[in-house]
Design a protein around this ligand. Structure first.
Ligand code: AMP
Length: 396
């Protein structure tokens, strides 16, 4: 069974075609500059050459059309015809309170995703464009929506409610949802297998450009660090994470910003970029800190400190923990960051082995000899999770 996974942004569209009989990637690529001019980068995995060219893409329809042409073409293709693509799985950012799990797209689902646009104003319209383009270009092929927020829907009310007037929740669904849910779900499920314990208490540290932690029991989310929007939690590449809301009034008055300008600063100019003034990229920060840049070092220290604090609070929330996983760009590839986060948690029974921890980007048990808690690096694979959900919902 072949499944096409689509992650549509406002001007880009990433895709991967999976053979789900053995969970292998047949081809992947990205369309960029949709609505501007258009560029396709396509990589088949069967030894055929890569394709890279400007193609006119006034809308997502032309982008999907271009992708399908390449997937079936003699020169760059990996399947003979479109009929060999059995279903399409779409990443959708926000499913609001309605979607507790992935589902097959029908008119009602499409409408519900549209209704969630106020909750995900940057991503949901683009995700919908991807769904609608596929429906038009591949009529008859089942489409599945996989929501970033659905993992968080098992949180209890005391976890997800904001301590604000209750009517905001009642009337407008304002609550904590959490994001990176597909990654947290993939990694926490893998942790249950690695631990050999179906009801294990697991903390997943998804540390990338955007970052979040989740706490789960038996794969069901108990708490997660992001909120109504991905701005919450600890500092990220460019996002501030949690800040004292009183700071906003002060900065807005002092600099004359309106709320939109303020939020742009919190989303795009804060985090480790804001502190360091160097970069949002952790490799740049590592290099700058190594050359003696004190603010780059401060940004790295702040990040490790705040992640450690969330980690500790989740051990408390879960009443102990069986396994901790590090994933995403920084979590998978930065031994120094993993070491700094875990340092000093030995009293909680959490230790890592410095030698084993030297690994980058590979599933590895990095548990220290005296550690009561298992610690792993688990590379995330959101696309495969989407393909698995799509297969489960559409396989006859
Ligand atoms: P992601 O958003 O998951 O793609 O992660 C991107 C982040 O991972 C960027 O800030 C990269 O600098 C960081 N990253 C990737 N490789 C490394 C590495 N070897 N050491 C430190 N950070 C890394």
């Amino acid at each position: 069974m072949n499944i096409l996974v689509i992650n549509a942004g406002s001007s880009s569209l990433k895709y991967q075609l999976f053979d789900m009989d053995n969970e292998t990637v047949l081809a992947k690529g990205i369309c960029e500059r949709i609505g501007i001019d258009g560029h396709l980068s396509h990589k088949p995995a069967n030894g055929k050459p890569n394709y890279e060219a400007d193609i006119a893409m006034p809308t997502h329809n032309e982008a999907i059309q271009a992708v399908l042409e390449k997937l079936v073409s003699d020169e760059y293709g990996v399947v003979k015809s479109m009929s060999e693509i059995d279903a399409v799985g779409h990443r959708v950012l926000h499913g609001g309170a309605k979607f507790t799990e992935s589902c097959i797209v029908n008119d009602e689902v499409e409408q519900a995703i549209e209704d969630c646009i106020p909750l995900g104003p940057l991503h949901n319209p683009a995700n919908l464009m991807g769904i609608r383009a596929c429906k038009e270009v591949m009529p008859g092929t089942p489409q599945v929506a996989v929501f970033d927020t659905s993992f968080g829907m098992t949180m209890e009310p005391k976890v997800y409610i904001y301590a604000m007037p209750y009517e905001y929740y009642e009337k407008h669904d304002i609550r904590k949802y959490g994001f990176h849910g597909t990654s947290h779900r993939f990694v926490s499920q893998r942790m249950l297998e690695l631990l050999g314990k179906p009801d294990a208490k697991v903390i997943v540290c998804h540390l990338g450009n955007g970052s979040s932690l989740s706490a789960s029991v038996g794969g069901k989310c108990v708490d997660t660090s992001m909120g109504l929007t991905p701005l919450a939690g600890f500092p990220m590449g460019t996002r501030s994470g949690d800040v004292d809301a009183g700071v906003l009034e002060y900065v807005m008055e002092h600099y004359g910003y309106d709320i939109h300008e303020m939020l742009t600063i919190l989303n795009k100019k804060s985090g480790v970029l804001g502190i360091s003034g160097v970069s949002s990229d952790f490799r740049d920060l590592d290099n700058a800190a190594a050359e003696g840049n004190e603010r780059a070092q401060l940004a790295l220290d702040k990040f490790a400190y705040e992640v450690k604090k969330f980690l500790g609070s989740y051990v408390a929330a879960l009443g102990g923990v069986d396994g901790i996983a590090f994933t995403a760009g920084v979590g998978e590839n930065s031994p120094e960051m993993r070491e700094n986060i875990v340092k000093g948690l030995d009293y909680m029974g959490i230790e890592i082995d410095s030698e084993k921890n030297k690994v980058r980007g590979k599933e590895t048990d990095i548990t220290g000899t005296n550690s009561k808690v298992k610690v792993f690096i688990v590379p995330t694979n959101e696309e495969l999770m989407i393909a698995r959900d799509t297969k489960e919902l559409t396989a006859k």
